[in-house]
Design a protein around this ligand. Structure first.
Ligand SMILES: CC(C)(COP(=O)(O)OP(=O)(O)OC[C@H]1O[C@@H](n2cnc3c(N)ncnc32)[C@H](O)[C@@H]1OP(=O)(O)O)[C@@H](O)C(=O)NCCC(=O)NCCS
Length: 203
């Protein structure tokens, strides 16, 4: 797609405007069914993503498009429009995925049970994809596929041999999506809640 770039995130180089479009997108997606979660706010999402990316092998891939930021809250008399036209151009996050690696105990804590222990038979750490989301207006264009393929490459570069993730049972698009990428559903029940279904990909 013209003007779209898929980028391996370096938090040091991420501008605050672009970062705020990512946290807002996260909140918007969590409001959709089947989650219907209205309690996410960009500030706590920002804190959560930053913390998760400091975990072992914490990595994020984003899809960016060029945009012009609006200065909705700045009174017109304070704005130098000529300067604003230049400085306000930036990039907006329209898709993201990120994850980190976990050991067997951390996986047990995530799933609330030890039914994923078999994933650790041949490896001490497994990669856990925490989130994947694409802006509603940009869906169906192959963005999630590009993001996930890129993340898989990065995980391989880390020398990890297995990826796992969980999806809400009613997130049919996401289930279909991961199935097409070769993930297989693991037959188990989450020890903490009934909604998620777990998936794995051997690399
Ligand atoms: C799931 C989601 C990430 C897919 O993003 P996307 O960029 O539209 O997906 P892509 O365009 O890369 O689609 C890739 C494949 O996914 C499948 N897919 C995507 N949208 C689909 C839909 N509406 N119905 C059925 N399959 C779909 C298709 O099989 C497609 O493969 P194809 O190109 O060979 O047909 C997006 O719908 C989304 O953000 N949903 C809400 C958040 C979510 O469910 N996150 C994941 C679980 S936490």
């Amino acid at each position: 797609m013209k003007g779209l770039s898929i980028m391996h995130v370096d938090m040091q180089k991420f501008s605050s405007d672009t970062w705020s479009t990512w946290t807002k997108l996260y909140c918007d997606i969590r409001k959709e069914p089947p989650w219907n979660e209205n309690f996410w706010y960009p500030t706590n999402v920002g804190r959560q993503i930053s913390e998760e990316l400091t975990r072992p092998h914490g990595e994020a891939i984003v899809a960016l498009v060029n945009c012009v930021f609006s200065l909705a809250n700045v009174p017109e008399e304070f704005v130098d429009w000529a300067e604003f036209q230049v400085s306000s151009r930036g990039q907006r996050v329209v898709g993201f995925t990120y994850g980190y690696s976990v050991n067997i105990l951390e996986m047990r804590t995530l799933a609330g049970c030890g039914l994923l222990n078999s994933l650790f038979k041949r490896t001490p750490r497994v990669y856990y994809i925490d989130e994947l989301g694409v802006d509603m207006e940009y869906r169906g264009l192959g963005i999630a596929k590009s993001l996930t393929r890129k993340l898989i490459e990065v995980v391989k570069d880390h020398g990890l041999s297995c990826i796992t993730l969980r999806i809400d049972k009613q997130a049919y698009r996401a289930r279909h999506f991961y199935e097409k990428l070769g993930f297989t559903e693991i037959s188990m029940h989450d020890g903490k809640n009934l909604n998620p279904t777990y998936w794995a990909l051997q690399l």
